[in-house]
Design a protein around this ligand. Structure first.
Ligand SMILES: NC(=O)c1ccc[n+]([C@@H]2O[C@H](COP(=O)([O-])OP(=O)(O)OC[C@H]3O[C@@H](n4cnc5c(N)ncnc54)[C@H](OP(=O)(O)O)[C@@H]3O)[C@@H](O)[C@H]2O)c1
Length: 326
């Protein structure tokens, strides 16, 4: 098990967390009741996670318009003794189209933060969130107003810890200046596929760069300020581990072959190689695996016991970035 930054705050989180975005069916805007099949699927995923020692679960109010949290709430209703053995994280700040407007927008107002948390607590059937993340930077964010909301939630015992998602170092610094609590986590899209967080480090002064932009200094800020870096999309939605990649690039296909080769050589799963690649990074990244499949959850867990050599790590990175090192 890697030493997560969350442990410095006394939060005993597992190396992997289970992302619950896949709970509650396929339809993001279905406002109907949860079905027995959805509850059964959620229960199987949570049980599989717990069976391999995953004790942390990632949510957001918007996942399946609240149905993902409701499915998890059904689990907690049936397993009341489990709540205190879990670390539950949810997010606020994204507002889907509704009766008033037909576009998604972001809202870090105090009123929206407080209202969203109350909704999550009700759906999850719990009195508190261990961690609340601000989901995506709201350009209209007033740090003082966010601080006010966090203080209310903290003082009422509704949220123990706070964090952010998809934020750059500069945005975190701005926010942290007003907060009374530390930002304990930043959840970013980081994977062998979304590898710009590594490219940013190695591409200094290079021309003809193929990478997308990752805000420079973000991981460094997190590491300096004890912010747990979490990876969303760590499995690259199965691109390198068995999903259909017929329509993907030659780079993705070659990297998937390499992942399969290492998995075979090491007698482990392809998911384990993809997860181990993230875990080898010295920033102690916590992958938030988004699978609902019990076998895939176990396959990912193998990654916590899979060692990649430096050369294997670089070979995967060079393949996935589609370019030699400078
Ligand atoms: N902060 C943010 O902005 C943000 C954004 C997106 C997600 N998240 C969080 O991060 C978690 C993970 O992200 P994610 O779910 O987008 O990405 P992920 O973990 O990379 O991929 C999980 C998805 O890929 C599918 N998959 C994986 N391997 C597969 C294979 N071999 N064949 C077919 N399908 C495969 C899974 O389906 P199965 O269920 O069938 O395995 C699932 O739908 C989410 O659950 C959520 O908690 C956060």
């Amino acid at each position: 098990m890697s030493q997560l930054t969350l442990h410095k705050y006394g939060i005993p989180a597992s190396t992997l967390a289970l992302g619950c975005m896949g709970f509650g069916g396929q339809d993001w805007f279905d406002k109907g009741p949860v079905t027995a099949a959805e509850v059964k699927q959620g229960e199987a995923a949570v049980d599989a996670a717990l069976s391999v020692g995953i004790n942390m679960f990632d949510h957001a109010n918007i996942y399946k318009s609240g149905k993902a949290e409701k499915v998890f709430g059904e689990y907690l209703k049936a397993h009341k003794d489990m709540r205190d053995r879990m670390i539950i994280q949810s997010k606020c700040g994204i507002v889907f189209p509704d009766d008033n407007v037909d576009y998604t927008r972001f809202n870090f107002s105090k009123e929206n933060i407080l209202r969203t948390v109350d909704g999550s607590l009700e759906r999850l059937r719990t009195d508190y969130l261990d961690i609340l993340l601000l989901h995506r930077p709201d350009p209209l964010m007033d740090p003082e107003e966010v601080a006010d909301a966090f203080n209310v939630l903290h003082n009422m015992g509704k949220v123990r810890w706070f964090g952010v998602s998809n934020m750059s170092a500069a945005q975190m610094r701005l926010l942290q200046k007003s907060l009374d609590q530390p930002i304990v986590a930043n959840q970013l899209e980081l994977s062998l596929y979304k590898n710009s967080f590594v490219n940013t480090v190695v591409n200094i002064n290079q021309e003809n760069i193929k990478s997308d932009v990752f805000p420079e200094g973000t991981l460094e800020y997190c590491r300096l300020e004890d912010v747990q870096i979490q990876s969303w999309g760590p499995l690259a939605r199965g691109r390198f581990s068995g999903a259909n990649i017929e329509n993907e690039s030659a780079i993705v296909k070659a990297t998937a072959d390499k992942v399969a080769q290492y998995a075979k050589e090491k007698g482990t799963s392809r998911e384990a190689i993809v997860v181990a690649w993230l875990l080898k990074h010295p920033a102690h990244i916590q992958p938030i695996i988004g699978t609902t499949d019990p076998d895939r959850i176990k396959a990912c867990d193998e990654g916590t016991r899979t060692e990649l050599t430096r050369d294997e790590w670089y070979s995967l990175f060079i393949s996935a970035r589609g370019q030699k090192m400078p």
